[in-house]
Each structure stands twice: as structure tokens, then as C-alpha cells.
Design a protein. Structure first.
Length: 212
């Protein structure tokens, strides 16, 4: 018999937390080993529990780069982020920074469970925009490897979010200014945004989430 997929859940709003616990308890292949973990304690819990999947609440994240740091510290744990109607840019950045899935809180329960199973196998998944899809296998889009930020692009992105100029980034990373511009163009294309203002509007100030 295959071992269950172990899950650690960060703190969510009460109704969302109760719903997630109920969903997981109904699936014999899932095991919620710890729940309602505060972000400041999450690193230690992941180190101790070494779960297959960690569930994060987008609204509680200090910024998207925090996901990158968590992924670097815990590369074997798949990160599933639940958000309230995440935009394509938000979802793509989270996946580029190391999340395996970004799911809307309004997603039906069975589809959230399906996404957790897919994420546990390393499949990067995004919610499909159409609500008319009936086949469970077609309810998610899969982000190709080519659309994931490289390690260098992730570094450049973090510095862009901190408000650095291209020249400052080039100096910080010891690369040419034109190389920074190339990385920036690739980042914008992969995230589906056009300007630094678009980037800052969601990366540095995540929108408050409502219970879905």
C-alpha cells in the first residue's frame, strides 16, 4: 500500500481551515500532520515533519519572494498556495519562485484535493479560467518548464521588487546592464506583466483574501 501524502498547513481563516481539514480527512491517501502553523514557525515544522506538501495562505505572505526562500530551504516539499482569485501574474510568479500549485479558494473541494495530488507528484498547476470544464483532468493548466524563472531571473526579480535600477542590479550581481535588461524582459514575459509598477502592485503588497 502506498504511503499517504503528508501535509502541513499554515494558518488560514477559520472557515477555510475547517474546510481544508474536512477535505483532507475524507481522502485516505492524504494525512494532515500539522495545521494552523504560523509563518514564523513554519521552517522548523517543515524541517521536523518533512511533509510531502505544505499549504500556504497567500494573504498572509509578506511577499512573493518569501516563497522562493521557503522553496530553497525545503526543496523536497511541494508548496501549494491558496489565494482569493489569483491573477495570472500572481500565479505565474509564485510558481516561478518555487510554488508547485496556485489555487483559488473558490475552487471546488474535489478539485483542490486533485491539485494537491498533482502537486505532490511535482506537477506545476494553475486553475483554468473557464468554469465550464467538467473533466477533472482538464480543470488545471500546467506551467511548462520554459515558463519558470531561472535562478538568475529570480535574483533579478527580487532586486527589481526592491526598487533597484538596472545599473544597481548589474553592480549587485556583477553582470552587465544589458544582461539585466534581457533578464527583465524575460521576467515580464513569463509573468505576463509589462512594467515595474505592475510587478510591485502585487509582489510587494499581496491583496487581502476573503473566505471563499
Amino acid at each position: 500500500m502506498r504511503a499517504p501524502i503528508t501535509i502541513v498547513s499554515a494558518r488560514f481563516e477559520d472557515l477555510v481551515a475547517i474546510g481544508l481539514e474536512q477535505l483532507v480527512s475524507e481522502d485516505p491517501n492524504l494525512d494532515l500532520v500539522e495545521t494552523s502553523v504560523e509563518l514564523e514557525s513554519l521552517e522548523k515544522v517543515l524541517e521536523r515533519r518533512r511533509p510531502s506538501v505544505v499549504l500556504l495562505n497567500f494573504g498572509s505572505l509578506p511577499n512573493a519572494a518569501w516563497v522562493y526562500q521557503l522553496h530553497q530551504s525545503n526543496p523536497e516539499t511541494r508548496i501549494v498556495v491558496l489565494a482569493n482569485r489569483p491573477t495570472a501574474a500572481e500565479s505565474n510568479q509564485l510558481l516561478s519562485f518555487g510554488a508547485t500549485a496556485c489555487i483559488s479558494k473558490e475552487t471546488q473541494g474535489r478539485d483542490i484535493i486533485n491539485a494537491i495530488h498533482l502537486a505532490s507528484r511535482g506537477m506545476r498547476v494553475l486553475p483554468r479560467s473557464t468554469a465550464t470544464v467538467t473533466d477533472p483532468a482538464e480543470r488545471f493548466d500546467y506551467l511548462p518548464e520554459a515558463d519558470i524563472l531561472t535562478a538568475r531571473e529570480a535574483e533579478v526579480l527580487q532586486l527589481l521588487q526592491e526598487g533597484m535600477t538596472n545599473a544597481q542590479i548589474a553592480d549587485s550581481l556583477t553582470i552587465g546592464v544589458e544582461t539585466v535588461r534581457t533578464h527583465a524582459r524575460n521576467i515580464y514575459r513569463k509573468l505576463g506583466i509589462k512594467t515595474r509598477r505592475d510587478l510591485a502592485s502585487f509582489a510587494r503588497h499581496p491583496r487581502p483574501l476573503q473566505v471563499g
